[in-house]
Design a protein around this ligand. Sequence first.
Ligand code: NI
Length: 227
Amino acid sequence: MMLRIENVLDKGSLDAVRRTIDAGPWVDGNETSGHQSRSAKRNRQLRQGCKEAAEAGRMVLDALGKAPEFVAAALPLKVFPPLFNRYAGGENFGAHVDNSIRQLAGSEFRIRSDLSATLFLEEPDAYDGGELVVEDLFGEHRVKLRAGDMVLYPASSLHRVTPVTEGTRTACFFWLQSMVRDDCEREQLYRLDRSVRVLTEERGPHDPVVLELTNLYHNLMRRWADA
Ligand code: NI
């Protein structure tokens, strides 16, 4: 499932994140690359683990916790500390796969990457190119969102970022391990959850059908989720 989540960061948070990361140390983006992606990647990255990355990462995680669509769709169990990258002057990231297991350097923290996320931190008209292209069996999905908006997509997909030929593309990206490993099961839960929310608005939380469907949602979670 690919999903756009709008307004993860409001204007104030967006400005605060940008101010924080703009002041930080930017290094070669291959700092966090796996073996396959190393040769494909040409960009810059805020140094992993620096205080600016930690602070901006906390702001992003805070915002994600307050984004009900994100929580409902991703059912996050463990989120890798957010990273920040920049592309300019023709930089790009060729087709690659994200590592299935991510270990945080110097720690015990490890996740299975079920979902990848890109949170755009620059308005789309401020740069040319820089589309995130995600491939599935249907073909290519090209993504370039408003600043503050985010795309969630399966970490299992082949993807790339097209060259930024004018201006600078700044984004936050991260991976997460979901409570529900299987993409299809997670999508069904999200669709059910959305429908229950609509029905709850219409009929109230004590309606028998709302109760039955809410029960069904939780019973499917019990079958499919790790906590
Ligand atoms: Ni990637």
